[in-house]
Design a protein. Structure first.
Length: 104
């Protein structure tokens, strides 16, 4: 670990896709690779070690409920092991009691 000022850029490129960060969690895959995951009101992004990558939204089973929240709606995130794929996934929720988002 190394100390750095709170408002300095993390990585080689700024994460300009988020105006307000409304959630964050570090997700670890089964091989031990760590991925910082952050969210805004309508999009999420993860850090690959050199840059931020924006996640795309794909609906499941024809149900389309893309993320749509306000700056006061914060994301809840957790990590869950998916045995069928032998992989950890991120499960997230925001501004809805009926919608969950997953990232593998």
């Amino acid at each position: 670990m190394e100390p750095r000022p709170m408002l300095t850029q993390y990585g080689a490129n700024p994460n300009s896709m988020l105006t307000t960060v409304t959630g964050g969690k570090e997700i670890t895959d089964v091989a031990g690779t760590r991925y910082p995951l952050i969210s805004g009101t309508t999009r999420l992004a993860y850090h690959t070690g050199t840059q931020w990558s924006v996640l795309s939204y794909v609906s499941a089973f024809g149900i389309s409920a893309p993320p749509a929240a306000t700056v006061t709606d914060y994301w809840d995130m957790t990590q869950v092991y998916l045995p069928d794929a032998d992989q950890n996934i991120a499960v997230m929720a925001n501004a809805s009691y009926q919608t969950l988002y997953a990232w593998k």
